[in-house]
Unconditional design. Sequence first.
Length: 506
Amino acid sequence: MEKQERDKRWVNGAHYDNYIQKELSSFRKNAWKRQLGQHFAPGAVLDILDVGTGPGFFACILSEEGHRVTGIDASEGMLRCAEKNAAALGVTPTFRRMDVNALTFPDESFDAIVLRNVSWTLQYPEQVCTEFKRLLRPGGTLLVYDANWQLQWYDPALRARVQERERRHLEKYGWKEIVSGGDLEYYATAPLTRIHRPEWDERTLTDLGFDVTITEDVGRFVYEEWEKELYADSPLFEICAVKRPAGETLEKMHTYWQYRAETYGEEKLTETLRRLGAEAAPWLPEGRLRVLDVGTGPGTVAMAMALLGHEVTGVDLTSNMLRRARENAAALGLDIRFLNTAADELPFADGSFDVVVSRNLTWALPDPKGTLLRWRRVLRPGGRLLYWDGNHYNYLFREEAARWRERYAELTHGHIHGNHAPTPEGESDTVDYSLCDDTALTLPLSRLDRPGEWDESVLPKLGFAILCERCAYPQRLLSQGETLGYYTDFFVAAVKIPDEKPTDIR
């Protein structure tokens, strides 16, 4: 279904507005204030994002409580109703037209994000959840209120119970009310309509690094009696997810790559894409594959996989890198999904991908064994793991590697990072490379001579069989004046062994 067709469902907010106006003038306004307010510190004035604000109920009541609220909706009709309701209450939340699937606010803009009866509509729920995390400040709170409104259309027994409640409602109250219409064409574009929730939400948000608390049937606090009766087989649930602060290591890496994204790129990009594709192709199963690129950076490996004809999702810790990746993919006309999340926080179901790929990332993992187990989880049985990496920071621990790096710096006139020479305008590189160097001193893989000292022994214990291991030693050419690199590069391809239980990996 085209986006324009999807949006038509929400063009006219008049009917929903009537319902919201009744809420604003009933006990439900204060009931919802209590329900929301219990998650906020007393007296705090917060920056709050109301997603899918509709006629502005949450935006209005939270503004009455003194918070700075921004309400977004894709429907101009809904926003007009919201502005009218806010004016009637004498409050001034900010309303913006914005698609929840394409949030454009800067990182860490909000203390809280709230949404009611919206999450079921999401086309790309995992992507939106990663964006919520990006937008929240450390310790920020995500509050989701929703129900399995449409699950009845995929469960005949549930459908019969819901229909019986609708029949009894008409008989008792004299007016017809339905729990949900049968817009199956629309539901087909919204995957959460046919998934049991909040189980999905708890797992997904926990995987993303939130502390999650579920409250079942919050309708008993905010519904009228007729709603409690009608919606009893589709109870309203509350998800309270608090964003955990990142550890010091992750925070330093995030800061480093956010800044470095401004100048980070690939020299000879076309050649690099061709080479990566050629190296990967022999180790890939046949057919069009679902590929996850972890730590996608500017999207290089993701683009190489997409050019081979595969369906690719790229994830990265930093929003600036993802902006570069989206620009690069668009320039090549490639359709790649990019999500903002860490390498060990993957909001995907078990067995979601045929292939997991990564480049220049494994060395930077604080918990490499645990992270690779998470990558294994999202691989189907027999799925492939392919990664390129190098012993980038051996020079901090080994004299020979330090001498190679010194020689490289001499030959490149100090441009250790290659594409980080001063700009044409004469501005110097502002990236603080010590952030990465200092962090590398604490990482478990930085000091190892890989793949021999780690990958070869650990991957089998994690339930993988190694298919290929290839090493390159460009530092050996430094004596001849060649500046191809100063550390060992390697490529590993492995297969997830079906039903294999990872052994003790301590």
